[in-house]
Design a protein around this ligand. Structure first.
Ligand code: PLP
Length: 447
């Protein structure tokens, strides 16, 4: 451990001298060093063990250093490290089969990318070429990636500094009963009114100008807002009515996170395109992709698809996907995520909500949960403003870390998003740490 801590100190020095970090004012950050990881845990630069309730950026669905995935990457490296995308490769072929077998409906073909953002970029390109239309609709309170089109698709404040007003993307409000835009008091009202509004927005934008609607099947970073019953089916109907391509972004919600292989499976809806990344191989090697319906694939049967990537279907990444999907299947990891959500994590978080006045709502499913923190339960005033942080939230996050838990935090929310193969005892450990951290949040509640 001492050696690892010393190496970590050197890595920190070099990082601060030479590494340029995402989304950050470079001089104002103090990034945490990670010197080791295993299963549901990581070790920080001082050698402290932290329970990883973030799954990093909600990607280590199979936990850290899963031995069969590590072994598959090692074996693939020894066999064939890289190959151009135009050649057939066994790891890529098998990964495509395993993914196509699990995606809903006729999503039978896979275009591989390097991550989630470029998966969305390509899905939009396919939809625009398939329909001959340009505009794309996506919801506020969403995240779709950091590249040009994907960041404009995004409905959170990260878009603002990247928005030059010419992306062809129109944002709309999706359903979120806790902070309803539609003055709804029930899920049924929220569904009906959100769908009526979307239909009207399309008619006012011009249905013939709209190529696609992109929705996270369960919006993730924006707050884990499970769509109410009927909403996703209603969007499917609207898309069919106007000839609009329905793109489901499953980058964060897919591959077991919600207790199903794909979050859209909860709603019995088949999108035309489905984008994925993260959990497909737990991020052990960068990989994303677009699963494509037969109808859209047919558009490019005799017409070249104008897009590609040097590393599309990279052997190390796709071998990691094959090993990950097989391990998830054999070890019942998706079923574990569903059970943990229903029996341990969901009820445990609800008990914390009942106890702590700072908790406005807990919501989620599987191993995909948000704790919405408020200064006042009656007015729902958030503990940090939309798009910002606050001393109160910083104190809660610090209390989590001091207690031995690495949380995923966004604005006024803490997300409890452990690996899909987390154990009951690990979840109980996490709930105890959260319980103490929420005492800190309670101090900021106005009484
Ligand atoms: N879509 C969703 C729903 C995401 O959560 C993310 C990343 O957090 C992305 C797309 C972008 O993926 P990547 O960071 O791999 O480009």
């Amino acid at each position: 451990l001492d050696v690892a801590v010393a190496e970590g100190a050197r890595a920190y020095e070099l990082d601060r001298a030479h590494v340029f970090h995402s989304w950050s004012a470079q001089a104002q950050i103090n990034p945490m060093t990670v010197i080791a990881s295993q299963g549901s845990y990581v070790w920080d630069g001082d050698g402290n063990r932290l329970l990883d309730f973030s799954s990093q950026l909600v990607n280590t669905n199979i936990g850290h250093q899963h031995p069969t995935v590590v072994k598959a990457i090692q074996e693939q490296a020894a066999k064939l490290c890289t190959i151009a995308p135009q050649h057939v490769n066994d790891a890529r072929s098998e990964a495509a089969r395993l993914i196509a077998e699990r995606t809903p409906g006729d999503l039978n073909r896979v275009f591989f990318t390097n991550g989630g953002a470029d998966a969305n970029e390509h899905a939009i390109r396919m939809a625009r070429l398939h329909t001959g239309r340009y505009k794309v609709l996506s919801r506020y309170r969403s995240y779709h990636g950091g590249t040009d089109t994907a960041i404009n698709l995004t409905g959170d404040p990260r878009r603002w500094p990247n928005d030059y007003g010419n992306s062809g993307i129109v944002h709309f409000h999706g359903p979120f009963l806790y902070r309803s835009q539609f003055h709804a008091e029930t899920e049924q009202q929220e569904t009906e009114r959100a769908l009526a509004y979307l239909d009207q927005l399309i008619r006012f934008e011009g249905p013939d100008s709209i190529a696609a609607i992109v929705l996270e099947s369960v919006p993730g970073t924006a707050g884990i807002m499970v769509p109410p019953p009927g909403y996703m089916a209603g969007v499917r109907e609207i898309c069919d009515r106007y000839g609009i391509v329905f793109i489901a972004d499953e980058v964060m919600a897919g591959f077991g996170r919600t207790g199903e292989w794909f979050a859209i499976d909860h709603f019995d809806v088949v999108p035309d395109l489905l984008t994925f990344a993260k959990g497909v191989n737990s991020g052990y090697v960068p990989l994303g992709g677009v699963a494509i319906s037969d109808r859209i694939a047919a558009t490019f049967a005799d017409r070249a698809y104008p897009g590609g990537l040097t590393y599309s279907g990279h052997p190390l990444a796709t071998a990691a996907a094959v090993a990950t999907i097989n391990a998830m299947q054999e070890e019942g990891i998706v079923e574990n995520a569903a059970r943990i959500g229903a029996e341990v994590l969901g009820p445990g978080l609800q008990a914390l909500a009942d106890k702590h006045p700072s908790v406005g709502q807990v919501r989620g499913l599987g191993v995909f949960w948000a704790i919405e923190l408020v200064a006042d339960r009656a007015t729902k005033e958030p503990l940090a403003p939309y798009g910002g942080s606050s001393p109160a939230m910083n104190a809660v996050i610090a209390a989590c870390k001091a207690g031995g838990l690495l949380p995923f935090a966004n604005f006024n929310r803490i997300h409890a998003v452990p690996p899909c193969n987390v154990s009951d005892d690990e979840v109980r450990e996490g709930l105890e740490i959260l319980d103490r951290a929420l005492d800190v949040a309670d101090e900021h509640v106005r009484s």
